[in-house]
Design a protein around this ligand. Structure first.
Ligand SMILES: [Zn+2]
Length: 328
């Protein structure tokens, strides 16, 4: 097992949102994807949207630089439902936030511990609203089967399957045969879903996005490491995670990247620097899999709005490289 930690500080980092990658074949053009961590559009970020501001604006050039833009929607977006009794934090964003999300994202992962905060009826309304806005989603659905169905996004002839799973309680948010909800992470089911995405949905690449880990822990848990390996052995081309509210370490396993936690992206109410730092992950892929990736650090201001943060911890990897290096 080779762990790759990085904590390098780069005094004068040149900002370059591209990735240097191995030579791609002309008939196998690279597709770029950006992933961001938790997006919470209730509370103060919701007020920012209500005032007519776009909280994604400072980050928009980075998001727009990719062919596919994906984020974790850490709230329900609905006008109905009631807060889950006894749950300490419940987040419901106004439907007006969807046009802002649509401007910046192609797909949202719903498998997390807040999308069910206002019950299955509100969750179902969110699915209707996402459909109406033409926003893709995965890791959640109107039924259990839908929640486990991959979202396929095709760019430049490359079919990429996205799967999403939560394993942080409450499990009551899980979909059922007749109930809208999220996909829960059970190892055998996850392995099946990954294989099925290739055989049934004819995906060229499969990327599971996880909601897992221990909150405020900077290092991935044994469970995260085990499951990441299981997923890659089942055929995942990369594993991407979130939920701990901080960024965690990263690994390359069998040549495939594991980014355990992207941290918070758009979220208010945290006072520590760790919680107010997030990563945008930018990956380049072709039919062979991930051929390069880098992270871009972001900092969240007092309103929960992310901004690019220059000069710390930004790491790059490209095909053939044995360890991470500072981005140039
Ligand atoms: Zn979470």
């Amino acid at each position: 097992m080779k762990l790759v930690y990085f904590g390098m500080v780069i005094a004068a980092l040149q900002v370059n949102y591209g990735i240097t990658t191995a030579q791609a074949q002309p008939d196998d053009a690279a597709v770029s994807i950006v992933f961001v961590g938790d997006i919470m559009l209730a509370e103060t970020p919701g007020k920012v949207v209500r005032s007519g501001r776009d909280p994604f604006a400072p980050i928009a050039p980075i998001l727009d630089s990719a062919d596919i833009r994906v984020g974790n929607l850490e709230c329900v977006v609905a006008g109905n439902g009631t807060p889950e009794p006894g749950k300490p934090y419940t987040f419901r964003a106004h439907p007006r936030t969807l046009s802002v999300l649509k401007r910046h994202f192609d797909a949202l992962v719903l498998a997390n511990n807040h999308s069910g905060d206002y019950g299955p009826v509100a969750f179902g309304q969110m699915l209707d609203l996402l459909d109406q806005h033409g926003l893709g989603y995965f890791g959640g659905g109107r039924t259990l089967a839908q929640a486990h169905k991959p979202l396929i996004i095709e760019r430049k002839g490359l079919r990429i399957a996205f799967l999403g799973y939560d394993e942080f309680f409450p499990r009551s948010f899980e979909a059922d045969v007749d109930k809208a909800g999220i996909a829960w992470s059970e190892d055998e089911q996850v392995q099946y879903d990954i294989r099925h995405a290739r055989t049934n949905d004819h995906a060229d690449l499969v990327i599971p996005v996880m909601h897992w880990g221990v909150e405020h822990e900077r290092t991935a848990s044994i469970r995260q490491r085990q499951l990441a390996r299981i997923m890659i052995e089942a055929g995942a081309d990369a594993v991407i995670g979130g939920h701990p509210h901080v960024t965690q370490d990263v690994e390359q396993y069998q040549g495939k990247p594991i980014i355990y936690s992207l941290g918070n992206f758009l979220f208010d109410g945290f006072s520590s620097d760790d919680n107010n730092t997030g990563w945008i992950l930018k990956m380049e892929l072709n039919h062979a899999g991930v051929i390069g990736w880098r992270v871009i650090s972001t900092h969240i201001d007092h309103q929960g709005v992310p901004h690019p943060q220059v000069g710390i911890d930004d790491a790059c990897w490209s095909e053939g490289q044995h360890k991470l290096v500072a981005c140039k």
